[in-house]
Design a protein around this ligand. Structure first.
Ligand code: NAX
Length: 327
């Protein structure tokens, strides 16, 4: 049987953590034959650590055959020791009266410290996924704080937007969600993201031709996907948690185990393609094989798409400028 791999989850006592850990431990992320050791990071605060202890009791009570070990941490330097997969979920939420600038700098501190810890103690092949918002900029900060690790090891989660786009397209076309291929989401994980179905197909048929309604794209589809997080908060009184955890599972699963040629969306450091400045963590279409992601290259970008890409890029550049002095 396979040797266990180490998986660190930060924010492990939070609501996404609660929807995520049990699925990792049951094998849904890395496969039914892959034992895992969970290294769980929370703020050192007594209440958070106590809550984390409760989650760990529940993990024990599941008696997962694949759960080969587990530990609680309040310090990233121990939490990331020898880690193979790091899911950075914990972040500072925006509090009442908090300016965007304050939020950016609070998170810059967290992700600088975590990037440095990964740099110092993680396995050199660590695959890092940032979920905590602002996810793309936090991933950028962690990457910049870990100069001894390959930049390509740092990614941000666009998969929830990708999955939301798929489900909206399935509903619109009346097709099964699993049949839709070649959808992608460009840019920042924020309402400015650009979900793009120009290349999408169902059973070889063009989704764009099936829908044949540019106004629906602009006035219904993009706003619905972009504001879906807000709609869930409005309905549930809490932000997306199970769907966010599911997207994190999908992202890591596909990165580790491959997509068999299928497109998925990942926030990855740009290599300069599509006019996106190098190292900007930007949502792109990728395929995954052999534990690596590959950018889908040379797609045509029409005027409408260029406008949307410029808009989401401008937002990311502004976020980056807001934290540059902290790096
Ligand atoms: P919760 O507030 O329920 O949980 C966050 C947990 O992180 C808390 O237990 C907190 O103590 C912990 N934490 C805070 N700072 C930490 C640090 N420095 N080290 C370790 N742990 C720390 O939030 P939850 O609903 O779980 O959401 C977590 C993050 O995901 C938020 O930043 C949220 O904005 C972001 N999201 C990102 C999404 C994406 O698609 N990229 C979608 C869902 C979600 O909104």
């Amino acid at each position: 049987s396979k040797a266990p791999v180490r998986v660190t989850v930060s924010g492990a006592a939070g609501q996404i953590g609660y929807a995520l850990l049990f699925r990792i431990a049951s094998g849904q992320m890395l496969g039914a034959d892959q034992p895992v050791i969970l290294q769980l990071l929370e703020i050192p605060d007594e209440k958070a650590q106590k809550a984390l202890g409760g989650v760990m009791m529940e993990l024990e009570d599941c008696a997962f055959p694949l759960l080969a070990g587990m530990s609680a941490h309040g310090d990233p330097m121990t939490a990331f020791k020898d880690v193979d997969y790091a899911l950075l979920v914990g972040a500072r939420p925006r509090g009442p009266g908090m300016e965007r600038r304050d939020l950016l700098s609070a998170n810059a501190q967290i992700f600088t410290a975590q990037g440095k810890a990964l740099n110092a103690v993680a396995n050199r092949t660590v695959k890092t996924l940032v979920v905590g918002n602002p996810a793309n900029t936090n991933a950028y900060i962690a990457m910049k704080s870990a100069p001894d690790l390959p930049a390509k090891n740092f990614t941000a989660m666009l998969r929830l937007d990708h999955n939301r786009a798929l489900s909206q397209l399935a509903a619109k076309t009346g097709k099964a969600v699993g049949e839709i291929e070649k959808v992608c989401v460009w840019g920042n994980h924020s309402p400015t993201m650009y979900a793009d179905y120009r290349f999408a197909t169902v059973g070889g048929q063009s989704v764009k031709d099936m829908i044949h309604d540019d106004a629906w794209n602009r006035d219904v589809f993009l706003p619905t996907v972009g504001k879906r997080g807000a709609a869930i908060i409005e309905a549930r009184g809490l932000s997306s948690a199970a769907s966010a955890a599911n997207a994190a599972i999908d992202h890591m699963h596909d990165w580790a185990l491959g997509t068999n040629g299928k497109w998925v969306s990942m926030g990855i450091p740009s290599d300069g393609s599509y006019g996106i400045p190098e190292q900007t963590i930007f949502g792109f279409p990728v395929t995954c094989a052999g534990g690596e992601y590959q950018l889908v290259r040379d797609l045509p970008i029409d005027a409408f798409s260029q406008e949307r890409i410029n808009k989401t890029l401008a937002e990311l550049e502004e976020e980056k400028a807001g934290v540059q002095h902290l790096l």
